[in-house]
Design a protein around this ligand. Sequence first.
Ligand SMILES: [Zn+2]
Length: 187
Amino acid sequence: MAILRVLQEPEKILRQATKEVPIEEIKSDRIQWLIHDMSDTLHSIDIGIGIAAPQIGESLRIFIISEEAEVARRSKGKVDREQYRKHKAGKKWKHFVFINPKLIRVSKEKNLVSEGCLSVDKIFGEISRSKRAVIEAYNEYGRKFRRSASGLFAQAMQHETDHLSGVLFIDTAINLKKLEDSEKEKK
Ligand SMILES: [Zn+2]
């Protein structure tokens, strides 16, 4: 298990469509190690709330969202960084694994929300995301589940699913800005 370097745009692998994980391989050492590496890497980044496999060099349909996406409060688009740190430092930091995810429903109602990405350093912008989304995926134990979410968690599910198709938020975001000291969460 290791903390890995997060690949940066314009790495080619970030632009490739990823492959499904064969269900019978979810419990294999290779996939379990990959999930641990993704989790260790995400855990090591204060304000990162999600990571997809291609961001650490594996072109597979897997992403992780950390619990900050559930609890983060936002006021006027800004996140509470202290709250993020507290969660990341906690012994029982929780994260959710999505393998072969499919967004099966997204709300027509959308919000213009601020967004960043661990693979697009220091750039933030505003992007139109569905307010609510339902996803179907397998967890790290190979069990199929469905999760519906709103707010930041729904936004993260859409951002990470995009990664699996080689899409980055900068492709459609507007008002892109470079921040020297990022004050916003990244995915
Ligand atoms: Zn990202």
